[in-house]
Design a protein around this ligand. Structure first.
Ligand SMILES: [Zn+2]
Length: 343
């Protein structure tokens, strides 16, 4: 009996030691920003359910407060509109296309959310990328995987690098993704490598991504078709956005000289009220704009981080595993906790 108890204690000690080793925070990275700015901020807007009517007033507001953020788009109409996140305007709609071109002219970044809401085969992806380039005059620097699109790159179990997580997810995950599989009809990894610079890997509840991932953006040797990965901060809907950007967090971002790239769905409905921007959205933007931040598109901030002293492209194994544990933890918390309460 005593032998069993001893073994359990020993196993628990080894587990605790391993966890402590991986979770011990890496050296923080001190970065100075252009023009003496104190922190860097952007939004990466996932285009799910976005219509011109909903997002136009939101982008007018961002522009008015001096923000230049990153908006993802779909080039082609959805081929699986029964899945609600696949719905939304695309570059096939002339009025929406004109709006997107106008955003680009105003300094916003236009990125890709896959070529459409719904799975695509290689020829559609080639055509979609060509059309993106034809309309916007350049290929997207950022791609964000979308929901259940089978052409997503390194998604599902392959999103993970640490073998126990990959296996574990493989056991419970129902969907498979093939963007990186050269034997699949959905393959376009080579085009991602050729045209796209950054792909979002994980999302976190912390406003300062430099404390989560000091070496951002980063390469992963087991995911060669993606040039660089980057993390985002979780502002999925207005409640989370509001919570993430509350004044205490913005104070911290400023004090720590941090980087915040908020991942959100601005067009999914929660950011609007009575057809216009929700006052809570405006209140957060107003507070942010009053601070000495560098407000630039996500890829401009990531390019800049790569040029700073001390940056190395490859993640250490410890940092890689740490990122995965923290993401898992964030996902568990998001699943268990109700949305924050607001007055
Ligand atoms: Zn999406």
């Amino acid at each position: 009996m005593r032998g069993i108890a001893k073994s359990i204690v020993l196993i628990l000690l080894i587990l605790a030691g391993t966890l402590a080793y991986f979770l011990y925070p890496p050296e923080p990275r001190a970065v100075t920003f252009p023009g003496g700015k104190r922190f860097a901020f952007s939004i990466v807007d996932d285009t799910d359910m976005a219509t011109l009517e909903r997002v136009k007033p939101l982008y007018e507001l961002l522009h008015r407060y001096g923000f230049r953020t990153t908006k993802t788009v779909w080039v082609l109409e959805s081929n699986e509109p029964s899945h609600p996140p696949n719905r939304g305007d695309t570059l096939q709609d002339p009025a929406y296309r004109a709006f997107i071109l106008d955003l680009k002219k105003r300094g916003f970044e236009i990125a890709l959310h896959g070529v459409r809401g719904g799975s695509s085969q290689r020829q559609d992806i080639i055509d979609g990328l060509k059309e993106f380039n034809g309309i916007l005059g350049e290929y997207p620097k950022i791609h964000i995987n979308h929901s259940l699109n089978r052409d997503n790159v390194y998604w599902g179990e392959l999103r993970w690098s640490f073998a126990p997580f990959q296996w574990g997810y493989g056991l419970i995950g129902k969907h498979k993704f093939f963007g990186q599989d050269s034997a699949s009809a959905h393959f376009w990894g080579d085009l991602v490598k050729q045209h796209v610079r950054y792909v979002n890997q994980f999302t976190y509840g912390d406003i300062n991504l430099l404390t989560i991932n000091p070496s951002m953006p980063y390469r992963l040797s087991d995911k060669p078709y993606v040039n660089y990965w980057f993390p985002t901060a979780d502002g999925d809907n207005l409640d989370w956005f509001d919570e993430l950007l509350r004044p205490e967090n913005l104070d911290r971002l400023e004090r720590e000289g941090g980087v915040c790239l908020v991942y959100t769905h601005m067009g999914a409905g929660s950011f609007n009220k009575d057809g216009g921007p929700h006052p809570r959205f405006e209140a957060r933007l107003k507070d942010l704009a009053s601070r000495n931040g560098w407000f630039a598109p996500a890829s401009e901030i990531l390019d800049y981080l790569r040029e700073q002293p001390g940056w190395t492209p490859d993640l250490s194994f410890r940092e890689e595993v740490r990122l995965e544990i923290l993401f898992l933890w964030n996902a568990i918390l998001r699943g268990l906790l109700p949305a924050p309460i607001h007055s």
